[in-house]
Design a protein around this ligand. Sequence first.
Ligand code: HEC
Length: 125
Amino acid sequence: MPRFCSILILFLLLTSCDLNIFKETDTDVEVVSEKNNETLTLGSDPEKGKIVYYANCISCHNYNPKKPGSIGPQIYRSSKELLSKKINFGIYPKNYKPKRSTKIMPLQPHLDKEIANLHAFLNAP
Ligand code: HEC
């Protein structure tokens, strides 16, 4: 009888351990998916940037940003600061040497929230 009791206790212990393991994995999965959501909303997405670029920039810049376009210069590797200043205000960062001295490019301040995505696309390898 005591042996049966200890086996029963052992069994109960084991199952409760198992349950704990399941709970832990559940929370792990939740944390990971929360993190993924965070990256999706806060991070930058080169694929989204590509769509924004094709929709708003290739009338003047080349669809391949490494090459000069019909009107605008090549803009591959543009920094976030350059993009933000040029798109929002038509100006350049301090001490930056513009590729052209013209001031043809129209302001597109409505694209301000897309700059992180544009930057990710324009700096992708
Ligand atoms: C109407 C034509 C036109 C459109 C549309 C346009 N650009 Fe431009 N862009 C230019 C021209 C022309 C220049 C050269 C400077 C000037 O004349 O403003 C330029 C310059 C730039 C520069 C500075 C390059 C350097 O290093 O000197 C960046 C960065 C840039 N464009 C990004 C963009 C992005 C991103 C978009 C789309 C959101 C865009 N442009 C849309 C015509 C355009």
